[in-house]
Design a protein around this ligand. Structure first.
Ligand code: SAM
Length: 279
């Protein structure tokens, strides 16, 4: 392959390449990859480089800078977002949702509501919400919907597929597994898929939380967990103020257990660590 060059006619050095990736990722997602993350950048992009027949990171970034290929930028983001998640992660939030948040908000007799999983990764979070809702707000009697969004198209593809290997479902009670999942057969024997009636309640959308987006309705509850840790404080403040605009009055925002809104100028009251209510 002809050696790719930068706009200035030469290939990025390794150091320039890492700095370029850090800048691009920040401007496209506001995720802050620190300079010390060079080994992580190399490791995460290694497979993609090999697939393209490239050996140096500088070859890749110079090529991307020169071509501006949107599909390749999507792959870059997919490779560098951290999509770690699991079923029923930080489970007290799901209990709070069905035992406290929704019963309080629905006192007026409404039978419909919406929940947004704002950084849904590979789907374990929105599907966990769906399981809890199906158990406490049965589908035939309640009209609820879940929106699942993420910046990573690859993670969203997995979420939308709704198929998980058995070892990822260890946290789910056997009777929930029976009621809400179908077991695969043949080569899919070690996998389960969420049942179609649950699938019909979820909508998936590729969305940058710091980009432009609107929704037809406000949500009763937003889960925005374990994503703010990748943003700097001004970005966190901007994000939380945006989320506030998509909540009904008195709606709830749930963030990760290791996250906090302390010190941010945002219209939320802290009910307990990681649980906030719009004021
Ligand atoms: C660690 S996962 C958290 C998944 C889930 N919320 C949980 O707590 O288990 C973080 C997710 O945030 C997504 N993300 C990062 N920056 C984002 C942005 N600017 N807009 C939307 N999603 C973003 C990543 O793609 C990733 O899937």
């Amino acid at each position: 392959m002809k050696s790719p060059t930068t706009q200035h006619g030469r290939e990025h050095t390794e150091q320039e390449a890492c700095a370029w990736v850090v800048r691009e990722i920040y401007s496209r997602s506001r995720i802050r990859l620190h300079d010390g993350k060079e080994p992580l950048i190399r490791a995460r992009l290694g497979k993609r480089l090999r697939a393209l027949g490239m050996t140096r990171l500088g070859e890749y970034t110079s090529h991307l800078e020169r071509t501006g290929d949107p599909a390749e930028f999507t792959r870059l983001l997919d490779a560098l977002t951290t999509n770690y998640t699991h079923f029923l992660r930080e489970e007290d939030h799901f209990r709070f949702l069905v035992e406290t948040a929704l019963p309080g908000l629905l006192k007026d007799g409404r039978r419909g509501f919406g929940v947004w999983s704002a950084a849904s990764a590979t789907g374990e979070e929105p599907w966990s919400i769906a399981l809890y809702l199906a158990e406490h707000f049965p589908l035939g009697q309640w009209d609820w919907k879940i929106l699942a969004t993420d910046i990573s198209t690859r993670a969203l593809d997995t979420a939308r597929q709704a198929i998980y290997p058995t070892d990822k479902l260890a946290a789910i009670k056997p009777d929930w597994l029976r009621r809400h999942f179908q077991r695969g057969s043949g080569e899919w024997e070690d996998h389960y898929r969420l049942k179609p009636n649950l699938q019909s309640r979820l909508t998936f959308r590729n969305l940058n939380l710091l980009g432009d987006y609107q929704f037809p309705d406000k949500f009763e509850v937003i889960f925005c967990r374990n994503v703010m840790i990748y943003f700097d404080r001004p970005t966190q403040e901007e994000l939380v103020n945006r989320l506030a605009r998509h909540l009904v009055p008195g709606g709830y925002l749930l963030i990760g257990h290791s996250e906090s809104l302390n010190g941010l100028k945002v219209p939320f009251q802290c009910l307990k660590p990681s649980v906030y209510r719009l004021i």
